[in-house]
Ligand binder design. Structure first.
Ligand SMILES: Cc1cc2nc3c(=O)[nH]c(=O)nc-3n(C[C@H](O)[C@H](O)[C@H](O)COP(=O)(O)O)c2cc1C
Length: 263
């Protein structure tokens, strides 16, 4: 089993110390697990300029693809991802935001359907849960199958030593995350995840190759034509019906909501 750890904090501080406890616990459960670390602070990723080339032409044309693609490949190659993200002003640090901005196109063209995540955050006093929740809202849109969260109030600027209670909590979540990875079980997506999947799939018809405002969406969705969610992911009948309804809404909205751009 391979677990990728993405450190989205500018340093190895409180959140990293807690992440090491999580790593320790998983290693204790299974010493064959292989960890790989990416520290975003070492990658020097330039700020997303908002050029929208990723949405329109494809992410491989992003001016920063040389920084982003290797991380995307690592995510694709692992079984699970641990995100270690400190709480800055009630939100993720700029490093993480910049990284997720570069991947915002994934809500239009999701992948990573068999990946699961554990999101860890520490805060001085408040909002660690807002940080983990905001990533847990983003990742399913990229395709992530399940997100576990470990938000912790450290009451510390840089001298956090995880208490017995915090270690117990970290161990419990780590075990649940590890067991889920080990099971290989894929979970049925929440209804909210069906909205972008079915909406973008239907609306992309207006952006198919050869149309006035062709985008990469028009190419991407061909592989999922008629599917209400990605193949191999369990989808009970009532969610298929919901998917169908969303497609109908998409078909209705599509001609009225054509997104134009300057060529
Ligand atoms: C720039 C900055 C912003 C912060 N914002 C908050 C905040 O909004 N709420 C809070 O309770 N603590 C805040 N803190 C404290 C950190 O969340 C806390 O020390 C956290 O454990 C830091 O994690 P790290 O050591 O992994 O970076 C902030 C600290 C910094 C440096």
């Amino acid at each position: 089993m391979r677990i990728l750890i993405i450190n989205g904090s500018p340093r190895k501080g409180n959140t990293w110390r807690l992440t090491e406890k999580v790593k320790e616990r998983i290693e204790g459960l299974d010493n064959t697990v292989r960890f790989e670390e990416i520290h975003l602070s070492e990658r020097n990723i330039p700020f997303c300029t908002g050029c929208s080339v990723c949405f329109r032409k494809g992410h491989i044309f992003c001016p920063h693809n040389q920084y982003i693609q290797p991380i995307m490949d690592k995510i694709a190659d692992c079984d699970g991802v641990i995100f270690a993200v400190s709480c800055f002003q009630g939100a993720v640090p700029a490093l993480t935001k910049n990284f997720t901005d570069h991947l915002a196109f994934l809500i239009h063209r999701p992948r990573y359907f068999d990946k699961k995540a554990l999101i860890i955050s520490t805060t001085g006093g408040v909002s660690a849960d807002s940080v983990t929740q905001s990533l847990a809202n983003t990742l399913p849109g990229w395709g992530f199958n399940k997100c576990y969260q470990l938000p912790i109030i450290a009451l510390s600027w840089n001298d956090y030593k995880p208490s017995e209670k915090h270690i117990k909590k970290a161990y419990k979540i780590s075990k649940a995350f590890y067991m889920d990875l080990k099971s290989g079980k894929l979970h049925s997506p929440k209804i909210g995840v069906l909205i972008p999947f079915n909406l973008f799939q239907t609306m992309c018809e207006e952006y198919a190759p050869g149309t006035e405002y062709e985008t990469q969406d028009g190419v991407f969705w061909k592989q999922y034509a008629g599917m209400k969610y990605a193949p191999g992911i369990p989808l009970p009948i009532h969610k298929k019906v919901v998917g169908k309804l969303i497609c109908q809404v998409g078909k209705h909205l599509s001609p009225r909501m054509l997104v134009t751009y300057k060529k």
